[in-house]
Structures are given as structure tokens and as C-alpha cells.
Design a protein around this ligand. Structure first.
Ligand code: GTP
Ligand code: MG
Length: 459
């Protein structure tokens, strides 16, 4: 429907008509009630408090039953959340109750991040609901709504005021959930101390800007009781599942050597006030506030984060389709930009690798050339040596031939009779030369022979 069409209906004058008789739409509230009763309700409580502060006992006391209670250890390395869901029935009303306990809260030396798992848990439940809401085929009425409707923050009764862990955690939680602080184990402090502690806690909460849940006063039916109860905050509670005989009545109480503390006695503690406010008077408001305030805030932030908005910069109303188209275009442009970046990166990488390869090829080529030069040099040297050796051999052969010729001549001379002493000497020498030539082929000896023959003037 176009915006101007809606405006026409808005400006249209409405007339009040009297009915001629009973029509039946006055039963609408009854229809709603019976439908809600048939559907059942769900309620989710988050208990935040140090280990052993009395969370489980208070829940057992509150619902007058015994839930599964597993004692937590004091040596957890971080804070965890332990949800447990139960189906309860009172008269004909079914209640799906989820109780979430913190485990290990306040047990770490560094408590700076203790609030984080709690916030994450609350957000995760909102996210779960939002996902269901955004589905095409959604079943919000049938799905188990796990969003936290109330957070009971357990304050230790010891000490003069709030610890910094209490303040930091409550400050982080107050915009996410309906926060109700309670003073646990209130039977361990005297009445006057308790009054002082309450005043101190409230003033610290106010001065630190912690917004706790205020019981609503708009509805006339509950305005009086709620505004009176707001002045009693934070409630000082005592928990016990033990039935003790007081007078002739069995009551829930804690028994001490000097007497008993009755859980449901308003002079002893604020347990009844808490139960009344939480379950009997304001349960629906807590559920409504969770949906209308805390969930709406989460949803708005989440959708804005995703790029959805109700108006464009010129305050024109923005349709979901337009937002989707704009977001899609933005996404495609982003994708294109990223693709281009990747492509450019790839091209640069290829270029770099190519340059590296070219450099390596050049180096290899230079090395090859160097080796080739070295090889040629070596070849030349060898060639030189070969030539020298050949020359040496030729010279030797020449000398050998000369020596053999001389030897032949000498042998001829030896075969004639010696006339002179010199000839005698020559004859003996020739015999020796012959002997040597017969027995020895050594080249150096040949050359020495030739030298000797020169000496004796045989050449
Ligand atoms: P974890 O789940 O282990 O963190 O402990 P919790 O916070 O659930 O405490 P739980 O209810 O188990 O109580 C721990 C102890 O405190 C038990 O011995 C209880 O009897 C005792 N206790 C519980 N509530 C009160 C109370 O109101 N007053 C006193 N004096 N003791 C209490
Ligand atoms: Mg417990």
C-alpha cells in the first residue's frame, strides 16, 4: 500500500455507532485468555551470583520444588552459563520455565571479563529469536522463546557496599535485560545493617547510572503495590527448602541454635515481596518489557548494523525492497572491487615471478658462458701440450735415427783390426755401446749415448 493511501485512512474521521443488540466481540479477551492458556507460557530467569551464594536454593524456594542442583566448583577458569528447562503446571496453566545459572562467577583472579559470557548468552537468545523472525516460514508461536525475562543479581551480604565486579556486571547488563538486584543470605546480617546496606547499594547504583528494573506503575490495578515495592529494592532474601515446625504450622525456614528464620515471614526477609512481584503481579510485564524494550533495541542495532534503516538521509521512508536492493548493489560493488584487487595482486605476483625467473635464467646463461670459456681454455692448453709433446717426439725420433745411423757407422769401424790405442779404446767402447743398445730401450740413455759419441768425435 502506498504511503499516501495510508495517510488518507489516517485523516478519515471515525464515527462511533451504537449496536442494536449483543454482537459477541466482547468475548475477545476471553478468547485471548483461552488461546494463551492452551498455548502455555514460557518464562526465563537468569541467576547471576558468586558460587555458593544461594542461587539454587532461592529458585527451589521460589517455585516450591526441587530443581536439579549441581554444586559448582570454585576452580572454574572462566564463567559459564548453565540453562535448564522444566515444564511446570499450576491449576491449568502450563509454564515452560528456564533457569540459567552462572557457574564460576567471581572465582577468577582476573574478573575483568566475567560479564562477557553473560552478555553473550543474552545476545545469543535474542539472535536466535531474530533468526526465527526473519525466516520465510517462521513459527514464532511454537518456537521455544529462550530470551531472558528477568536477571536476578545476587549481592553478597558481607561487605559494606557493592564490589566493583557487581557494579561492572550490572552496568553491562542493565540495557540488555530486566535487572533485579537481591541481597542473598539476608539472614546473616542484622536488621539495622541490612537497612544501611540497602541504602548504600541503591545510592551506588544511582551514582553509577545502573538502571534496574522498576515495577510498572502505569496500570492502576497494580500501581499502588508496585510503587510501594519499588521503595523496598533491593530485596533482601533468604532461601530454604526445609520445612520447620513453628507453633503448630510447618513453614519453610532456616533453623539456628537461637531460633529460626522464616522464609515467608515478611518481618524476617523480603522473599514474599520478591515472589509476589516476580510471579504474581509483574510476570507478564517482565515478558513484555523483554520483547518491547530489550529485544527491540537488540533488533534495531542488529538491523542497522546490517545496513537496514527506516528512513533515507532525506527523511523519506525507506522500503525493505529498496534497502535490500541498495545493500545488494553495495555488496556487488564491494565484490567487484575485491575481485579487481585480487586480479591485480595475481598479475603483480606473476610479474614478480617472471622477473625472478628471467634473472635466474640470466645467471645460468652467464655461468654456462663462463664454463664454456674455461673449457675452451683448457682445450687450448691441452692442444698446446700435445703439440709440444709431438715436437719432442719428432725431435727424439730424429735424434734416434741419427743415433742409429751413428751406431751403424761405429759398428762398421769396430769390425776392422785396431791399429792405434785410440782405436783400441774405441773398440772397447763400441762393444759397451752395443751391449747397452741390445739391453736398453730407455730414451734418456739414447740421448746420453749420443752425447758420448759426440765426445769421441763420432759424429
Ligand atoms: P552454586 O550453584 O554452587 O554456585 O551455589 P548456589 O549459588 O546455587 O548456592 P546454593 O543454593 O547451592 O547454596 C549454597 C549454600 O548456601 C548451601 O549450604 C545453602 O544451604 C546455603 N544457603 C542458601 N541460601 C541461604 C540463605 O538464604 N541463607 C543462608 N544462611 N544460607 C543459605
Ligand atoms: Mg547452584
Amino acid at each position: 500500500m502506498a504511503a499516501n493511501e495510508i495517510d488518507v485512512f489516517a485523516n478519515e474521521e471515525k464515527r462511533t455507532l451504537d449496536l442494536g443488540g449483543h454482537v459477541g466481540f466482547d468475548s475477545l479477551p476471553d478468547q485471548l485468555v483461552s488461546k494463551s492458556v492452551a498455548q502455555g507460557f514460557c518464562f526465563n530467569i537468569l541467576c547471576v551470583g558468586e558460587t555458593g551464594i544461594g542461587k539454587s536454593t532461592l529458585m527451589n524456594t521460589l517455585f516450591n520444588t526441587t530443581f536439579e542442583n549441581e554444586e559448582a566448583s570454585h576452580y572454574e577458569s572462566d564463567v559459564q552459563l548453565r540453562p535448564q528447562t522444566y515444564d511446570l503446571q499450576e491449576s491449568n496453566v502450563n509454564l515452560k520455565l528456564t533457569i540459567v545459572h552462572t557457574v564460576g562467577f567471581g572465582d577468577q583472579i582476573n574478573k575483568e571479563e566475567s560479564y562477557k559470557p553473560i552478555l553473550e548468552y543474552i545476545d545469543a537468545q535474542f539472535e536466535r529469536y531474530l533468526e526465527e523472525e526473519l525466516k520465510i516460514r517462521r513459527s514464532l508461536f511454537n518456537c521455544h522463546d529462550t530470551r531472558i525475562h528477568i536477571c536476578l543479581y545476587f549481592i553478597a551480604p558481607t561487605g559494606h557496599s557493592l564490589k566493583s565486579l557487581d557494579l561492572v556486571t550490572m552496568k553491562k547488563l542493565d540495557s540488555k535485560v530486566n535487572l533485579i538486584p537481591v541481597i542473598a543470605k539476608a539472614d546473616t546480617v542484622s536488621k539495622s545493617e541490612l537497612d544501611k546496606l540497602k541504602i548504600k547499594i541503591m545510592s551506588e547504583l544511582v551514582s553509577n547510572g545502573v538502571q534496574i528494573y522498576q515495577f510498572p506503575t502505569e496500570d492502576e490495578a497494580v500501581a499502588e503495590i508496585n510503587s510501594s515495592m519499588n521503595t523496598h529494592l533491593p530485596f533482601a532474601v533468604v532461601g530454604s527448602v526445609d520445612d520447620v515446625k513453628v507453633g503448630n504450622k510447618m513453614v519453610k525456614a532456616r533453623l539456628y541454635p537461637w531460633g529460626s528464620v522464616q522464609v515467608e515471614n515478611e518481618n524476617h526477609c523480603d522473599f514474599v515481596k520478591l515472589r509476589e512481584m516476580l510471579l504474581r503481579v509483574n510476570m507478564e510485564d517482565l515478558r513484555e518489557q523483554t520483547h518491547a524494550r530489550h529485544y527491540e533495541l537488540y533488533r534495531r542495532c542488529k538491523l542497522e548494523e546490517m545496513g537496514f534503516k527506516d528512513t533515507d538521509p532525506d527523511s523519506q521512508s525507506f522500503s525493505l525492497q529498496e534497502t535490500y536492493e541498495a545493500k545488494r548493489k553495495e555488496f556487488l560493488l564491494d565484490l567487484q572491487r575485491k575481485e579487481e584487487e585480487m586480479r591485480q595482486m595475481f598479475v603483480n605476483k606473476v610479474k614478480e615471478t617472471e622477473a625472478e625467473l628471467k634473472e635466474k635464467e640470466k645467471e645460468l646463461h652467464e655461468r654456462f658462458e663462463q664454463l664454456k670459456r674455461m673449457h675452451q681454455e683448457e682445450k687450448r692448453n691441452l692442444e698446446e701440450k700435445r703439440r709440444e709433446l709431438e715436437e719432442e717426439m719428432n725431435a727424439f725420433n730424429r735424434r734416434k735415427v741419427a743415433a742409429e745411423t751413428l751406431m751403424g757407422q761405429a759398428l762398421q769401424g769396430c769390425s776392422q783390426p785396431f791399429k792405434k790405442d785410440k782405436d783400441k779404446k774405441n773398440g772397447c767402447f763400441c762393444e759397451r755401446v752395443l751391449m747397452l743398445l741390445n739391453n736398453n730401450t730407455d730414451l734418456s740413455r739414447y740421448s746420453r749415448l749420443i752425447t758420448l759419441m759426440h765426445y769421441f768425435h763420432w759424429t
